[in-house]
Design a protein around this ligand. Sequence first.
Ligand SMILES: Cc1cc2nc3c(=O)[nH]c(=O)nc-3n(C[C@H](O)[C@H](O)[C@H](O)COP(=O)(O)OP(=O)(O)OC[C@H]3O[C@@H](n4cnc5c(N)ncnc54)[C@H](O)[C@@H]3O)c2cc1C
Length: 474
Amino acid sequence: MRTNTTPSRRKMLMLAAAAVTTGIIPILGHTDDDSHEDYDSDGKYASGNNTTFALANTGLTANIVVIGGGMAGVSVAKYLRLWGGAGIKVTLVEPSLTYTSNIMSNLVLNNTRTMSSLAYGYTSVATKYGVVIKQAAVQSINTTAKSVALSDGSTLAYDRLIVAPGVDFMDAYGLTQSDYENKTPHAWRAGPQTELLRTQLANMSNNGTFVMTIPKAPYRCPPGPYERACLVADFLKNYKGSASKVIILDENASIQAEVDNFTYAFNSIHRGVIDYRPGVTNIQINPDTKVVTYTDQLLVSQSINAQVVNPIPPHRAAGSAPGSWLANAGLNNSSSNGVPDGRWCVVDVLSYESTAVAGVHVIGDASSCGLPKAGHVANQEAKICADAIIRIAGGQAPDSGPVANSACYSPITASTASWLTAVYQYDASTRRMAIASNGGVTSGARATEAASITNGNFRQMNTWFNTLMGDTFS
Ligand SMILES: Cc1cc2nc3c(=O)[nH]c(=O)nc-3n(C[C@H](O)[C@H](O)[C@H](O)COP(=O)(O)OP(=O)(O)OC[C@H]3O[C@@H](n4cnc5c(N)ncnc54)[C@H](O)[C@@H]3O)c2cc1C
């Protein structure tokens, strides 16, 4: 018998977004209405150092450049200033004027949320904390000269560099970047592709077939694809006929997160609509005819005529393709089964300093550290990294036992949700983060998932989301 979420667990999830390893309480609230009127001709936020927040005079000094204004980059920029004080100069380099949250973006597909409700600006981090915003893309890193070259032709010098650029999507299944943008959107970075996929769903005829693919782990947001399948199934059966189909082609051998709740959702809540097919290989997609072919678990070739195809391709640290800026700096030193694959940046999880390049830290989805690739986690990694850099600036060693929390809500229908949470701790034997239970790292420990899928979880999800985004952008 499935039971309700306990009050203590609920409280833990609410507080999770605010959890920090150093015990400093973050400021809550969020903004999504920035006017961006205050950028000067260099793309710098004009009121950059006029903080409305009283920063401490710690006596510490450092010149930090952060690449990427997403969940990890904005969090680290804000907390470096908040904890490090006025002498820690922080410049955040980001090409976009606003950030669109991936979190909650699956709810755009069934019209529960709008894209504009997911937009966050940089005014708060600039005006409250004095982070200098530079609107540009990083094009190269000179790790010897300690400088970055930007798309506007300027260069920025740094004492320490923090790299938080998120992910790039690889050409896969016979598709190109142009196919993702125009015909078969992955929508795994919220933006125009999310709108395209929403329109394609809205235009599906009755009782049609939607096919989505899931790449081998590690990928961004482990429960996210299964969440999307549930929301699409909910939308199709309510608006496009109960004989509609959502076929999930998973390159993994099994569901990667919230196994109990997604299994229940597939077999009960969305029974007859969701058809989950794990362990598939050789996926090929024709972006024009929408014919999908693959080899199933029994090594039999299969073919599906789909109406809409949503491939989530394998991804890698942004800029890590051969010849690109992050790869040229030598930061993408990960391996898969002992073979270098150049997809992720391995870090020392006590400080998030790259194991390949001294003085450069990598946080968020681009890093490889034992933590899942998630926005909540990116915010946590940012705080551990900020704390370590401040300690280093003060002549100390980083904290030797960092702890991080991961929490995630997953909508299952337009009004119900599940959740997942875990505490991660430094594992000295592997020098990575691992799930902790009973006060220490425990081999085989799993994240805890909600005891049931409820309306209450859905309401709490919005509180969790607003808290996390407020802690990051406000
Ligand atoms: C559909 C979906 C649902 C999700 N749901 C959840 C959820 O419920 N909970 C959760 O915790 N996570 C969720 N995630 C995952 C979460 O969104 C990511 O893990 C998180 O955004 C990673 O943060 P990041 O800072 O590493 O990357 P991002 O947030 O992607 O930010 C990277 C930033 O770097 C910038 N950048 C890139 N290249 C450069 C360059 N050369 N120069 C300067 N800037 C650059 C980009 O413009 C971008 O703003 C979800 C993801 C998806 C796709």
